[in-house]
Ligand binder design. Sequence first.
Ligand SMILES: Cc1cc2nc3c(=O)[nH]c(=O)nc-3n(C[C@H](O)[C@H](O)[C@H](O)COP(=O)(O)O)c2cc1C
Length: 306
Amino acid sequence: MRARDVDLSASVGQVELASLVLTASGTSGHDDELGAYGALDELGAVVVKSLAVMPWPGNPPLRVAPAGEGVLNAVGLQGPGVAAWRDDGLPRLLGHGATVVASIWGRTVEEFAAAAEALQGADVAAVEVNVSCPNLHDGAAMFAHSPSATAAAIEAAGRSGVPRWAKLSPTTDRLVDVARAAVDAGADALVLVNTLRGVVVDIERRASVLGSLTGGLSGPPLHPVALHCVIECRAALPDTPIIGVGGVRSEREVVGFVLAGADAVEVGTAALADPRAPWRILEATRRWCARHDVARLGILKGQLHA
Ligand SMILES: Cc1cc2nc3c(=O)[nH]c(=O)nc-3n(C[C@H](O)[C@H](O)[C@H](O)COP(=O)(O)O)c2cc1C
């Protein structure tokens, strides 16, 4: 089979995507910076960095540091707020023909509702609800650690009027309960997963290398964890679209996520080192499919066995 005959388009619920490779929130900004490296309309979607209803300054530097084979970040959700982004970043992305997914966050259910409401009428394909952030009404525990708090945030995000994707955290032993609560509250898809928590120590300064004590661990070390999360949720929710995120750096992780049950994948950390990574990975996946006579990667979905 010729590589150009391979169909890598994907659908996530009712959202049709040009390809199954999307960008991961937070790793290509809010704007069209990535457009300098490739055609944004060839990607499944550009998922922008999480936006709150208000502008948010984020954390002090240093915000990103190497952590073994991975990366530790404590960017702290810096962003211009939904309204400013609609005036500036969104039109620029749409100017490239990109399919845009807006990621939102909030410290309370009310803030999720306000961020979603501020998206009403915007030309976005979906809203990715980043519930992997602290809930001020619950002693600052993460929304994504609680089925009821996650459900409340997903329900609130319904004010956007577009499909809702629930971006969950791997740092809970209740992932399947949280996923089910998200779907029952109206989530059209699950995005699995956000980062693990971690620390890297600078022993000379006796301090964290980051400006914050802890950060989120991403990149290759996260991949096996993310695969496990996809497998668990696919078994529990066979009909729910799933997007796999964590450590995708080649066709191996794309095919692995699909075998585990994912419908699409997002590329994050790999694009920090090489902004062309999403396109490189897409082409490598196309060649792999051609070599293996796989006309559409989706036919391998959920085929993973022991
Ligand atoms: C620098 C950086 C910033 C991030 N910011 C966000 C964010 O704003 N919202 C979010 O949902 N995830 C954020 N993430 C998490 C990624 O979207 C992704 O879930 C995670 O990094 C795992 O994928 P990867 O290994 O391909 O990077 C961020 C990750 C990094 C490395």
